[in-house]
Design a protein around this ligand. Structure first.
Ligand SMILES: Nc1ncnc2c1ncn2[C@@H]1O[C@H](COP(=O)(O)OP(=O)(O)O)[C@@H](O)[C@H]1O
Ligand SMILES: [Mg+2]
Length: 327
């Protein structure tokens, strides 16, 4: 595996970002760092590399306890991959040592970072039986504090490999625990839009499942199915169900269908709906072309604001809850 530090950190959080995240004033933050820890970014802002952010946040007893967050919706096109890669990139900037587990055989998250596996590179279906020896050597570095276990079509074999319910229960969890042992703080899992064994095993492992949903009817149907599957899988495996959240994506207040759908979800699922929707923005596809996330953009952007809020909300939620069943 490569070292923790990518050679040219392209973007990082600013003093203003850290002020919003911690509630401390910018002046207080500026005074808390040695001059060498602060880098001058293009545009004049002060950037703080992840290792310094982590030291600062840890000292204030904010929580880096290990978390597994999965993005699942049985319908495609709802924002699972976008949410996984964007939130993971941001978490890494906040000093969370983060690994994206790409569980989708289509490998969209891997492609988004230009980290598709080479022909002989191991993917999930090669490593789950032997995580202790295989996991760390299979990761690819994306940028500082951000790694990915890439996926390829080979992972379609999982539906055959994970026939046995015991394997389903432990496959994803075993890989995540190996990451935890190796100092990772956060695993973000991108799932395929189907109820195969990859998704079942992910539900067994996750502390939190976030369901991205947009205004179209199929995506809402997918959300309802996902919620009911989470509950029945947890029961079948005698596991405490993961915490669930619904993230409304591609929100456009000018479009009636989009507003109405959000209102409907918020009245029916008020406890699960996350407080801030992700607005629709052309910046996602623009940055995808460049194999980067919106957090590589300079300047203000609704896309960055919304995912910053999402991530802050996610990371400040409860401590990792203990799950039953052999973790
Ligand atoms: N908030 C958004 N605004 C505009 N386009 C978005 C937004 N979120 C996702 N997209 C686009 O929608 C498409 C599907 O998103 P994706 O994350 O791949 O969904 P999934 O992984 O659920 O299939 C992609 O082209 C992506 O760039
Ligand atoms: Mg996807």
């Amino acid at each position: 595996m490569n070292s923790d530090m990518a050679r040219y950190p392209e973007y990082m959080i600013t003093v203003g970002d850290l002020s919003r995240f911690t509630g401390q004033t910018e002046k207080h933050i500026l005074n808390s760092f040695d001059k060498e820890a602060l880098l001058r970014l293009p545009g004049g802002k002060r950037g703080i590399p992840p290792q310094h952010v982590k030291a600062y946040i840890s000292e204030r007893k904010l929580n880096y306890s290990f978390k597994i967050v999965a993005h699942i919706n049985l319908k495609g096109g709802t924002g699972k991959t976008t949410t996984t890669i964007t939130a993971a990139a941001r978490a890494a900037q906040y000093g969370f040592k983060t690994c994206i587990l790409d569980m989708d055989p289509q490998g969209n998250a891997s492609l988004a970072f230009d980290r598709m596996p080479e022909e002989d590179d191991p993917v999930f279906c090669d490593i789950w039986q032997n995580p202790g020896e295989m996991v760390m050597g299979s990761l690819k570095l994306v940028e500082d504090y951000l790694y990915i276990l890439p996926s390829s079509l080979e992972n379609s074999l999982l539906d055959v490999d994970l026939m046995n319910p015991r394997s389903q229960k432990h496959a994803v969890s075993g890989v995540c625990q190996e990451l935890r042992k190796n100092g990772f703080d956060l695993v973000m899992i991108d799932c395929p839009p189907s109820l195969g064994t990859a998704v079942i095993s992910t539900i067994c492992a996750a502390d939190t499942v976030v369901i991205p949903v947009c205004s179209d009817l199929f995506s809402m149907k997918g959300m309802e199915l996902t919620l009911s599957e989470i509950s029945s899988i947890s029961k079948a495996f005698h596991l405490e169900p993961p915490e669930t959240g619904i993230l409304y994506t591609k929100f456009d207040k000018r479009i009636k269908v989009s507003k109405n759908a959000l209102e409907r979800i918020s009245s029916k699922y008020q406890d699960q709906l996350l407080p801030v929707p992700i607005r629709t923005s052309s910046e996602f596809s623009k940055m995808l072309e460049k194999k980067k996330t919106v957090f590589a953009l300079k300047g203000k952007s609704s896309a960055k604001e919304d995912y910053d809020m999402y991530l802050t909300y996610l990371l400040k939620r409860n401590e990792t809850r203990r799950r039953n069943g052999g973790k």
